[in-house]
Design a protein around this ligand. Structure first.
Ligand code: SF4
Ligand code: SF4
Length: 425
């Protein structure tokens, strides 16, 4: 099953309406974070590091519907934390489907099997499963053995029940490109509708030693060129649930700046300035976010060092889509990219083959504030939360040695140290 025609039409007509209204800045995908709580404790996650009183908070049904009215996008990405833990999630999803919103429900899938009966298959609902590579790599990334196997079982169950299923994968420096290509084959064999990929991103307060493990721009392009070229050599036909121009951008074949207002983020603090990755304050409405943000301060062409190497999907996929609709040239470029699906590239193939001779690993875990190597060292409140969501002991233990105290986090200073970036739509 591919992306439903209704979704393509809904997105196309939304963009055409914005173009006809000559709106320079418009939203494409609403990134909704109804809570930060999670049943896993991945190292590097910038959400679960919040103190317990923040982790216990949720956006209410009414707040979510107000945000949806405020920022009427055809597509909504539901992120977290783990959104399945939200106390009113069934009602929220039912209402969004009634409003004909295309939902990408990002989940680590550990709880999906037991929650699936609460939802009905719909062309509006897509389970976007967080999987950062094959078994060893994913279990390492989420710091718990068995999570990959749980996710695969959940995908099989959901596909068999007729749900739309995609995967979202964040890649970090040091990954084995041949293993990732094998992972693409495995996902397509499972019958997923498509895959979404994104490079990782270094947050502003990431400890220097950890920053090295995020992909820098040139390395990102090299890696994605190896991954995405010569697709005809894959065992399966790979389908990416992303704009062809965004994939070209990752491979270094085209360039555009980020469009941070395109995928705005709304969470318990409000509308996040300027994007999903940075937290330079919050506004009460999407219009205030548009009006009060000095957008010239952001994107790789700006002087903000935090944007210098960023190629993350949330800022650049809207740019890719906007470029497609920028005129005849944009449209032709997109068609050309779609026709050149195999992306044959002998240099990339040589580089890929050379990678099979290179040892990869050992995988290095990325640090996260607020957690230390041993569960016993967590604050008792954090340990309680961990217990209540049955978070198993973390297996990989190269953690950051500095800590965020609960009192450090306020709405005005809700500063994330670092996180992975879901390759959500
Ligand atoms: S990265 Fe995702 S699955 Fe992992 S702890 Fe954070 S929110 Fe949960
Ligand atoms: S370049 Fe990246 S970090 Fe900077 S505003 Fe855009 S999405 Fe955010």
């Amino acid at each position: 099953m591919g992306v439903p025609l209704g979704q393509i039409w809904s997105v196309t007509s939304h963009i055409l309406k914005q173009k006809m209204a000559r709106r320079r800045r418009y939203p494409l995908v609403l990134m909704l974070e109804p809570l930060f709580r999670c049943n896993l404790a991945c190292a590097g996650c910038g959400k679960i590091q919040y103190p317990p009183h923040i982790l216990n908070r949720e956006l209410s049904f009414d707040q979510i519907m107000q945000a949806v009215d405020d920022c009427p996008t055809p597509v909504i990405s539901i992120l977290g934390g783990e959104p399945l833990l939200h106390s009113d999630i069934e009602r929220i999803i039912t209402e969004l489907i009634r409003r004909k919103k295309y939902i990408y429900f990002c989940t680590n899938a550990v709880l999906l099997g037991e929650h699936l009966h609460r939802f009905k298959p719909s062309k509006y609902l897509n389970w976007s499963i967080h999987l950062d590579g094959a078994q060893e790599q994913h279990d390492f990334a989420v710091c718990k053995d068995g999570v990959y196997a749980d996710a695969i079982e959940a995908i099989q169950h959901a596909v068999a029940r007729g749900f739309r299923v995609t995967t979202n994968t964040t890649l970090f420096e040091g990954v084995d490109p041949n293993a990732v290509r094998g992972f693409f084959d495995s996902m397509m064999e499972l019958g997923v509708e498509g895959m979404m990929i994104s490079p990782g991103y270094a947050y502003e307060k990431a400890p220097d030693k950890d920053k090295d493990h995020f992909l820098k721009r040139a390395k990102t392009q090299r890696l994605f060129r190896m991954l995405l070229s010569n697709r005809h050599l894959g065992k399966q036909r790979w389908v990416f649930n992303q704009s062809p121009l965004f994939l070209d951008f990752l491979m270094g074949k085209t360039h555009f700046d980020c469009t941070p207002w395109g995928n705005p983020t709304f969470n318990i603090f409000g509308w996040q300035k300027p994007c999903y990755l940075l937290q330079d304050g919050y506004t009460e409405t999407y219009q205030e976010l548009l009006d009060e943000t000095d957008w010239s301060q952001y994107a790789a062409s700006s002087k903000d060092p935090r944007c210098a190497n960023c190629m993350v999907h949330c800022g650049h996929e809207p740019s890719a889509v906007d470029q497609t609709f920028s005129g005849v040239r944009g449209m032709l470029r997109t068609i050309r990219s779609m026709m050149n699906r195999d992306c044959k590239d002998s240099d990339a193939l040589r580089a890929l083959e050379a990678q099979s001779e290179v040892p990869h690993g050992p995988l290095i875990q990325i640090g996260v504030n607020g957690y230390s190597a041993d569960k016993d060292e967590l604050s008792s409140e954090s340990a309680d939360i961990e217990d209540s969501y049955n978070v198993g002991p973390r297996r990989h233990q190269t953690f950051s040695d500095y800590h965020t105290q609960p009192s450090d986090v306020t709405q005005a200073d809700a500063t994330t140290s670092m996180t992975t970036s879901p390759a959500a739509p």
